[in-house]
Design a protein around this ligand. Sequence first.
Ligand code: HEC
Length: 140
Amino acid sequence: MIRAFKQGIGVLILVWVVALTASTLSAQTSGNAAAKAVKNPVPATAASIKAGEALYQKNCQFCHGPTGLGDGKLAPKDMKPANLTDAKWDHGSTDGEIHAVILGGLMDKKMPGVKGRMSDTDVWNIVNYLRSIGPKTAAR
Ligand code: HEC
């Protein structure tokens, strides 16, 4: 009886591990392999996060909202700016992938990229800021 019970638990754990692996894999398929390999060269110091926050409030909050919830006042009606504080990164969760999204923009430029308008260090400062308000559990 106890033995059968133990086997049952073993099977349950196996199913859980397989499901977890599958969901992790599918979450990553939408990412960007080249960008994923890029490492963040700017340490996430308090100064970097503060600089990133100022840039975010100036360039991003009118779409993504003052606290990153995706509820910015000036977001065009036909688009839903991403909630940047949830655990879901549709376009990749590593620093390198987030950096690529900010640089290049998304959805055929509905989210405009900042390429040519912002220094690379400033883009990394924003990445560090988003990390500070975003999910702590995502892969980096
Ligand atoms: C004109 C509105 C607009 C502006 C301005 C804008 N975004 Fe976005 N952003 C969007 C939309 C819409 C999406 C979601 C695209 C999708 O669903 O595929 C998005 C998605 C993102 C994502 C991907 C989130 C994910 O889940 O993978 C990041 C990161 C991001 N934005 C960061 C920024 C930053 C940083 C700025 C400022 C430099 C910015 N955005 C400015 C509209 C905007």
